[in-house]
Design a protein around this ligand. Structure first.
Ligand code: URA
Length: 236
């Protein structure tokens, strides 16, 4: 595998960042500074260091994306750009989004090549909590909040599972809703079921993983070790 690909997959940085690190002489292969990004390394045998620290090759990679509106949560689409396209600089073909956000929804989306973890995070039996920031068309009464939290009829076989609602700024009709399911358009349908309308939606948390406030929409970064561990703990 090429050295720049190896370093990207190991989470050292984006493809362009690691190329720059290599150019600057921050990377050694088997104890010798390597300045060629296309140098071939052996994932199992080569000893690669970045600024003197051994780089561990990762089979699985995990990225946090702040999904912007206007992109579809898919690997391919004939009409629209996809969230995978936003990570094209990684030069990977095996990434996919864990679950879906609507085209007009922003926020936390995990992209990985770890199918097992994705499966576990999305399993309806695990009830992994997902927290959304919402801006609503109208205020909600205390009574309506109680109904929403207890579970509402959104046209599925059963009412929605209990959820947690919390105002962020009531005057601005801004709030957080945490749900443990992932039905199609669920948050929008829940508010519609109580006579309101979602004007803006952003996912801010999934399990233990919190959207990094330093990531503007359209930007992404590899997960930190403790974030990966947190996700694995949730799905064990
Ligand atoms: N609920 C919705 O209505 N849309 C999303 O994108 C996610 C949750």
């Amino acid at each position: 595998m090429r050295l720049d690909k190896y370093l990207t997959q190991a989470g050292v940085g984006t493809r362009s960042e690691v190329k720059e690190y290599i150019r600057k002489g921050c990377v050694c292969v088997d104890g010798i500074v390597e300045k060629h990004a296309d140098r071939k390394v052996d994932e199992a045998a080569s000893e690669v260091t970045f600024q003197g620290t051994r780089v561990r090759f990762q089979k699985f990679v995990y990225y946090m994306l702040n999904k912007p509106a206007g992109f579809v949560s898919a690997t391919q689409d004939s009409h629209d750009k996809t969230v995978v396209w936003l990570l094209r600089a990684e030069g990977r073909t095996d990434l996919f989004p864990v679950g879906r956000l609507d085209k007009d929804t922003e926020g936390l989306l995990l992209l990985t090549n770890d199918g097992d973890m994705a499966h576990r995070l999305l399993s309806p039996r695990r009830h992994v909590p997902k927290q959304y920031f919402v801006r609503l068309a109208e205020d909600l009464s205390e009574e309506t909040v109680r109904r929403l939290e207890a579970g509402v009829d959104i046209g599925e076989k059963k009412p929605t599972l209990p959820s947690v609602f919390e105002w962020k700024n009531r005057q601005a009709h801004e709030a957080y809703l945490t749900i443990t399911e992932g039905k199609f358009h669920q948050v929008k349908r829940m508010f519609a079921a109580v006579g309101n309308k979602v004007l803006f939606l952003r996912r801010v948390r999934m399990g233990n993983l919190v959207l990094d406030e330093g990531l503007p929409p359209g930007e992404y970064r590899p997960l930190y070790e403790d974030e990966i561990k947190g996700l694995l703990d949730v799905t064990e």
